[in-house]
Design a protein around this ligand. Structure first.
Ligand code: WQD
Length: 338
């Protein structure tokens, strides 16, 4: 199939490009590089040994999106494009609602106008809000999100369910990611956040690289085995493979499915820190600090539906995630920036 990836130069999207091409699909990318680098696409081309058609454009731009569909017989779309920083979304909510919702509405209108009705959407476990229980299952009632970023993901899920209800010819898979970390084994693509990382693993790798002084562990008084926050870390390559399976599923089915992409195993902050130190033989300086607003004690997936519906499950270990994350950071101290 010829598959359009919106936000295709991003962390998860670039890894998904590799897996799609290696599975025999053709990929087209649209990205405005607001949160990514063109170099990422060049690295993907290097890994797969093929050139990739890239459109530098904003998914909100109707004319640009119509041109892409006019020039390419797109069979399916994976919609990664969107602003995704939780803290930033609290500061500039209108920008997040405008960008993330507008881009999705423009994309769906353009797809419908060109008869393309297969869509995989990059959703997030953040739509579950503060869970009453774990593991999280797709049929659980989502009580409410804790930030505008999460609300945009929740709203887009509801919009896409409405599209499918109105036109049963659509096939939509809503993938709820847990905590993607790690990098392609080659060390040529990886996570390259702008500025000081908000997320745990990129912060750890920059401390290990000597670019940041120490890690602050946000709280050690949570109701978990060691008091630090527990999350479902999933290797980004496993996540990417899940997208290939989701595209295959969407091509053969109609309707809308919500699917968790997680390992089903929760690890604490200190579990990750200790694993990173052991696997990479690096001493990682850290201090225990206060809780971060909005954090929950524990969040991890019930992964059964992904196995049953998509025939997919994560296979990489926390050791793999820590090794690959450091391999990327240590070989690319400035990420994709020269
Ligand atoms: C993980 C754990 C922190 C940084 C976020 C988004 C979510 C998704 C994944 C997009 C928590 C602790 C972190 C640090 C720390 N993104 N931590 N020191 O918050 O689970 O999820 O990223 O979909 O939507 O909310 O990920 O990596 O920020 O935090 O102790 O410097 O690490 O308290 O327990 P989170 P995270």
């Amino acid at each position: 199939m010829k598959i359009l990836l919106t936000g295709g130069a991003g962390f998860i999207a670039s890894h998904t490009c590799v897996e799609l091409i290696e599975a025999g699909h053709e990929v087209v990318i649209v990205d405005n590089y607001v949160n990514s680098q063109p170099e990422a696409v060049r690295r993907v081309e290097e890994i797969v040994g093929k050139s990739i058609r890239v459109y530098e454009a904003d998914v909100c731009d109707k004319a640009a999106m119509n041109r892409i569909f006019d020039e390419n017989a797109i069979d399916a779309v994976i919609h990664f494009a969107g602003l995704k920083a939780v803290g930033e979304s609290v500061q500039i909510p209108l920008t997040y609602y405008r960008n993330n919702l507008d881009s999705t509405l423009t994309l769906c209108e353009t797809m419908a106008a060109h008869g393309c009705k297969n869509l995989v959407f990059s959703s997030s476990a953040t739509v579950y809000g503060v869970p009453d229980e774990v593991p999280l299952r797709e049929d659980m009632f989502c009580k409410g999100c804790t930030n505008p970023y999460g609300w945009t993901k929740y709203m887009i899920e509801r919009i896409l369910e409405g599209v499918v209800n109105a036109d049963p010819e659509w096939s939509v898979v809503l993938l709820r990611y847990f905590n993607p970390i790690g990098a392609h084994a080659s060390g040529r693509i990886g996570e390259d956040p702008n500025g000081i990382p908000n997320n745990l693993m990129p912060y750890i790798t920059k401390v290990a690289a000597g670019q940041l002084k120490q890690l602050t562990v946000f709280g050690d008084d949570y109701n978990t085995h060691d008091g630090t926050g527990v999350r479902d870390y999933i290797h980004v390559v496993d996540l990417a493979k899940g997208h290939v399976k989701a595209c295959d599923y969407a091509a053969g089915h109609k309707g809308c499915e919500i699917v968790n992409l997680g390992t089903g195993v929760g690890y604490s902050v200190l579990d990750l820190v200790k694993t990173f130190q052991r696997v990479n033989n690096i001493d990682l300086p850290y201090v225990i600090g206060p809780r971060r607003a909005g954090d929950v004690d524990a969040c991890f997936a019930d992964p059964r539906k992904a196995r049953e519906v998509l025939g997919w499950e994560a296979t990489k270990t926390l050791d793999d995630m820590c090794r690959d994350a450091w391999n990327w950071q240590s070989h690319n101290p400035k990420g994709y920036k020269a």
